[in-house]
Design a protein around this ligand. Structure first.
Ligand SMILES: [Fe+2]
Length: 189
């Protein structure tokens, strides 16, 4: 399997947008965190997070479809390809999230987007001082980060062994632990 470095190189090759690269890193650290607390393969889950939107910038009309061809050409294992495709279930492909890794990715993708937007609006521009309560307020405000579909998150949570609060808390914690890599340190040292 290609290395972490290969995966990042591939992401940058297909993604010029700084925001989308950053989103890849954020989903990567969240997936790594969930792997760790579930005693799963941290590298594998991280790679899935990092590359999940690999085909989005260049092939928006074939999002979650084109990615298979790209990853197969780069010798990625089926488990990773399938997991990445399944995060578009019901939107752009019909691969249903089945494994724990797939269900977590499906759930935290949009949530990570909302947290990112919430952080950037804070005076600190940081995740380090973000509290669950404040995230929930933003989450409930449907006009806030309107592009992040709450129904996907809620559908995802239904298939997990975590409550909505737990998923949000753990996702915040994951981003706090790796704030620098996630680009969410803001002006807090
Ligand atoms: Fe995403």
């Amino acid at each position: 399997m290609p290395t972490r470095q290969d995966a990042e190189k591939l992401l940058y090759e297909y993604t010029e947008s700084e925001a989308l690269r950053q989103h890849g890193h954020q989903v990567e650290v969240v997936m790594e965190y969930f792997a760790k607390i579930n005693d799963e393969d941290v590298d594998r889950w991280g790679t899935v997070g990092l590359l999940h939107d690999l085909d989005y910038e260049k092939y928006p009309d074939q999002h979650c479809i084109k990615v298979r061809e790209i990853l197969e050409a780069h010798d990625y294992p089926e488990e990773i390809i399938r997991a990445i495709q399944s995060h578009g279930y019901g939107m752009c492909c019909d691969v249903k999230p089945e494994s724990k890794m797939e269900k977590i990715l499906y759930t935290i993708d949009e949530l990570t987007g909302i947290i990112n937007a919430a952080c950037l609006l804070r005076p600190s521009r940081s995740v380090l001082d973000l509290k669950l309560k404040s995230l929930k307020k933003k989450y409930k405000d449907k006009k806030f980060a309107a592009g992040c579909d709450r129904s996907i998150i809620e559908n995802g949570i239904e298939h997990l062994d975590y409550s909505a609060d737990e998923v949000m808390e753990l996702t915040i914690k994951a981003l706090q632990d790796q704030a620098e890599k996630a680009g969410l340190k803001g002006n807090i040292d």
